[in-house]
Design a binder for this molecule. Structure first.
Ligand code: GDP
Length: 360
């Protein structure tokens, strides 16, 4: 495993730069004291270690690979011609692999079109087209991450247990390790434990957190956080919200109130609305995403627990159905276990194609 495997990056320079920024930030902004320089170094090295990240992803998705790719490979090698049976079996495999009805339909439609246009006769030739089509459907442009370098307020929603707290902690850490002034607002005042857990993550990430008492108006927490963020000239404000879906109207009202405060106090600031989904729950995650998307104008998805799930195909389903990109994936319980979503790597990890040449 090459720690400095990527020739295009100079990790030592990245490290010195981020550390210098961090140290200037920490004097006026940190929650605690920054005493974990080694951890910052580890984060930057981990980000630069593309081979290591890919291997972790590949290991994590091995069950998904067994669930989707193995069946598809058997189908390709077991059929001698591309006929209705072949398409039907492929459709079934994709749907069983949690790829979702919409995404499956568009993948099959594209496949049929190309088979016709390119006069393809051998089922095995469909493999490349299939992989290509999934990769294109999943592609997240770099523009989608431009907020990381802007002043941004990010509202994070999701039902309890999906990994919302953990993901907010990981994001705080990620941005902080890049020398950003990060602040967390604990606006899930519904459960006292939510604030306590988030505080643990804020401490770990070494970023300030503004919270409120159990039962306090979440908007008042947002108001305090926004003002503190403004006064301290923060870069990224992460707002945790209560994960209640059963009362959509309340959630909608709550989000509206929060949005009004942000618009008034931080007018013109970049906004992101993220939903956190548990990748192990397959179609349930899709149902949640759909419902939340009716309430909030989602700009990104964080798919958690992608380490060890057989239902990783859900990444394809949510992105295709909601037209909202999966921007990050959780691949473990540690603070560094959050990766930017990379369609190329994701598809390679599922279809066992180590390099692009393998698609050819
Ligand atoms: P919340 O109720 O949505 O805030 O969920 P938590 O953040 O408390 O996470 C619930 C559980 O999921 C915890 O045990 C986390 O450690 C675990 N978890 C969160 N993200 C991941 C992940 O990416 N991988 C794994 N394996 N576990 C995760």
């Amino acid at each position: 495993m090459a720690l400095f495997g990527n020739k295009n990056r100079n990790t030592e320079n990245d490290y010195s730069e981020a550390l210098a920024k961090l140290q200037s930030v920490s004097e006026e902004f940190t929650f605690g004291t920054l005493n974990d320089e080694e951890a910052v170094r580890m984060e930057l090295m981990a980000e630069a270690d593309e081979e290591g990240l890919f291997n972790a992803l590949k290991d994590g998705l091995s069950k998904t690979r067994d669930n989707i790719a193995r069946g598809i490979d058997d189908l390709f090698s077991g059929h001698s011609s591309i006929d209705d049976d072949f398409y039907e079996e492929l459709e079934e495999l994709l749907i069983m692999g949690d790829v979702g009805v919409n995404a499956t339909e568009s993948i099959i439609d594209e496949l049929k079109k190309r088979v016709k246009e390119e006069h393809i006769k051998e089922p095995i030739e469909c493999r490349k087209i299939l992989i290509d089509s999934i990769r294109r459907q999943m592609d997240v442009g770099e523009n989608e991450y431009s907020f990381e370098n802007e002043r941004t307020v990010m509202i994070v929603i999701g039902v309890n247990g999906v990994g919302k707290t953990t993901s907010i902690g990981k994001l705080a850490w990620k941005y902080r390790a890049r020398g950003k002034k990060v602040m967390i607002a604990a606006a899930d005042t519904f459960r006292a434990a939510a604030g306590d857990q988030l505080l643990e993550w804020a401490k770990r990430a070494d970023v300030p957190m503004i919270g409120g008492k159990e039962g306090a108006d979440p908007s008042s927490v947002v108001f305090d956080a926004v003002n503190s963020f403004k006064a301290k000239n923060g870069d990224i404000l992460l707002i945790d919200t209560a994960g209640r879906l059963h009362n959509k109207k309340n959630l909608m009202e709550e989000l509206k109130k929060m949005n009004r405060i942000i618009d008034r106090e931080l007018s013109g600031i970049h906004r992101e609305n993220f939903i956190v989904l548990d990748g192990t729950t397959g179609q349930n995650a899709l149902v949640q995403a759909r419902e939340f998307n009716e309430t909030a104008d989602l700009t990104g998805i964080i798919l958690t627990k992608m380490d060890g799930t057989a239902k990783g195909g859900i990444a394809i389903a949510v992105q295709s159905e909601l037209k909202v990109p999966v921007k990050y994936i959780g691949v473990g319980e540690k603070i560094q276990d959050l990766q930017k979503f990379d369609a190329e790597k994701f598809v390679s990890a599922i279809f066992d194609a180590d390099t692009e040449e393998n698609y050819e």
